[in-house]
Unconditional design. Structure first.
Ligand code: FES
Length: 167
């Protein structure tokens, strides 16, 4: 699976090929937004321009889906290696800087360090569903499920109760 190396957070996160970068970041608890985006973002519609990310300039063009028309319009005054996370689909492993608008001291060195350690190549195929003719799983014995002796199962007949009325 593609691996996203989040430089600011010093975290590697795996995702499926084609997953939306914003959704992966939010799912993993990555702080994608600055204060403006935290207070109000568009929810991934490409309208608020608060989900900026930066990728190193020599990142493969195939790592993310191509810029959308929304990005071409909204990012026209931003560096060419900035993206809107909500518009980008992850196709191959890459290095990402979240919130580039707030800066990162030693950014180039951080990128170099992040790129020095190899990333898993990605993409790999999605898991395949079982095919007709595949062997079913072995049945699990009831004693393995409950961890109790067979004669103490829930289907055992109850013990007769002693009478309290003196009959
Ligand atoms: S979340 Fe609003 S532009 Fe990406």
């Amino acid at each position: 699976m593609p691996l996203i190396r989040f430089v600011r957070e010093a975290r590697d996160v795996e995702c499926y090929p084609g997953e939306n970068l914003r959704e992966v970041a939010l799912r993993e608890g990555i702080a994608l937004y600055g204060i403006k985006g935290v207070l109000g973002n568009c929810g991934g519609c490409g309208q608020c321009i608060t989900c900026f990310v930066e990728v190193p300039e020599d990142t493969s063009a195939a790592a993310l889906s191509p810029r959308t028309g929304v990005e071409d319009q909204k990012l026209r005054n931003r560096p060419p290696n900035w993206r809107l996370a909500c518009q980008a689909l992850v196709q191959e492993s890459l290095v990402v800087l979240t919130r580039p608008q707030v800066g990162l001291q030693g950014k180039e060195a951080a990128f170099a360090t992040a790129l020095a350690e190899p990333l898993a190549a990605g993409p790999i195929a999605w898991p395949q569903p079982p095919q007709a003719g595949d062997e079913p799983d072995e049945p699990i014995a009831s004693e393995q499920l409950a961890g109790e002796p067979e004669d103490a199962g829930y289907g055992a007949a109850p013990e007769p109760r002693a009478s309290t009325t003196g009959d």
